[in-house]
Design a protein around this ligand. Structure first.
Ligand code: UD1
Length: 427
């Protein structure tokens, strides 16, 4: 794996343009399986996770052209029903092709996703939901096989927790079940789910309610050709805003939908950041040392778990004690030990972290453990005293397009040293 060598003591200043949302692009790519005509997606970020989904579409028989940020998916002959472990293990979101393939082809066999460093991430809600939609489910030899058994007229699925992936998987699958009326209760309400609904409807689907906790889907027989633009990445935007604030800098984050960030923006204000919000730009400046604030992650519109590690870095240098409660992935604190190596004073008990602000972090060798944790360590390296070497840094390319260039434009000093296997990384 490669590493970043980051020179610290940097105050970030300038502009950054936000890319398309990874977490909208992935389920929308999976949903394009429902269509046997051409799907053109714009504003698709060039990220490792998107390349994995592209490989899955290729592996089951689609033609895919990815030129700059436009991705064109078109149908080759028959689609294959099996997705191998090599592809699913790389990214959990790839499991969400199971239902769409089975809805189209009557049957699908997809490897179970592998373990994940941010905690156990089961797929039980997905499978229970598919059963309600008329599929039989068999789990054997590490694969899940879904077979369409019978059309059901009404399916009501109540999710035990508003899972983003399960909501997306089930609303997508239900869209191609003609004659089935599906209701998903306790659905996740993330903006990426609204984007998926808009995409499905643009393709000829009949979905309503996304953005609320009750989604209704009327299955249709066929999807039509579509051109669709992916929303901006609110987590990428939040990461840069937090980084600028943590460095005591000032800047503009462009090409965002500010309402998608309402909760984190409120927290940044409480911390003492000065914000100016325009239609698609957020300006931020931070003149004083941040104040401590308590954060509790929750499904949208709560504070996003995907910004928790980055916010922890900011709070680690705040004036006072902050309490961070993680309610989505209860063990998502792998970055804590690394931050402690940099001088942060953090104590974890169960799903709660007590962060006692210190004046300054200090550069140290640390290791990236997952995507957002690695982004957090990069911010920590930028603001720390001295230089920080972050190993296992490849995680970050799963979710941040042109991350080194974007941070360098803001004044960060980052050297990327590729690992042996990454020297030939296709991008
Ligand atoms: C998505 C996002 C991820 C984000 C997460 C929560 C994508 C590609 N990824 O992940 O970046 O951190 O939402 O906002 O959009 N659960 C179960 N059983 C299931 C499904 C989920 O118990 O069948 C649990 C999970 O273990 C977790 C919680 O539900 O504790 C939320 O997970 P979920 O919302 O499904 O996350 P993902 O869709 O995997």
């Amino acid at each position: 794996m490669g590493k970043f060598v980051v020179q610290g003591d940097t105050v970030l200043e300038g502009e950054v343009k936000i890319s398309g949302a990874k977490n909208a692009a992935l389920p929308i790519m999976a949903a394009s399986i429902l269509c046997d005509e051409e799907v053109v997606l714009e504003n698709v970020p060039r990220l490792q996770d998107v390349f994995v989904m592209k490989d899955i579409l290729l592996s089951i028989g689609f033609n895919v052209i990815f030129d700059k940020n436009t991705l064109i998916v078109s149908r080759a002959k028959d689609i294959s029903c099996e997705v191998p472990y090599e592809l699913v293990r790389k990214m959990r979101a790839s499991f969400n092709v199971l239902g769409p393939i089975a809805a189209r082809a009557g049957k699908a066999r997809v490897a179970l996703p592998g373990g994940c460093s941010i905690g156990v991430r089961p797929v039980d809600f997905h499978l229970e939901g598919l059963k309600k939609l008329g599929f039989s489910i068999k789990v054997e030899h590490g694969f899940v096989e879904a077979t369409f058994e019978k059309r059901v007229e009404h399916a009501t699925i109540t999710l035990p927790f508003p899972s983003v992936g399960a909501t997306e998987h089930l609303m997508t699958t239900a869209s191609l079940l003609e004659g089935t009326h599906t209701i998903i209760e306790n659905a996740a309400m993330e903006p990426e789910i609204v984007d998926l609904q808009n995409f499905l409807n643009a393709m000829g689907g009949n979905v309503k309610g996304a953005g609320t906790s009750r989604i209704e889907v009327e299955g249709v027989k066929k999807m039509n050709s579509v051109r669709y633009r992916i929303i901006p990445d609110r987590i990428e935007a939040g990461t840069y805003l937090i980084a600028i604030a943590a460095s005591g800098g000032m800047g503009a984050v462009k090409n965002v939908i500010p309402s998608h960030l309402a909760n984190p923006l409120g927290k940044l204000e409480q911390i003492g950041a000065d914000l100016r919000i325009y239609k698609d730009t957020i300006e931020i400046s931070m003149e004083k040392r941040p104040k401590s604030v308590d954060i509790t992650t929750n499904p949208y519109p709560g504070f996003p778990t995907d910004l928790q590690p980055q916010m922890m870095v900011l709070l680690s240098i705040a004036n006072g004690v902050s309490v961070i409660t993680e309610n989505v992935f209860k063990t998502r604190f792998l970055h804590v030990d690394e931050l402690k190596r940099m001088g942060a004073d953090i104590e974890v008990s169960g799903n709660v972290a007590i962060v006692r602000g210190v004046k300054k972090l200090s550069g140290a060798p640390v290791e990236g453990t997952d995507l957002r944790a690695t982004a957090a360590l990069l911010i920590a390296g930028i603001i720390a005293e001295g230089s920080t070497e972050i190993s296992n840094v490849e995680h970050i390319f799963r979710g941040y397009e042109n991350v080194v260039e974007k941070f360098e434009n803001l004044g960060a000093r980052i050297e990327y040293v590729p690992g042996e296997t990454e020297k030939n990384r296709e991008n």
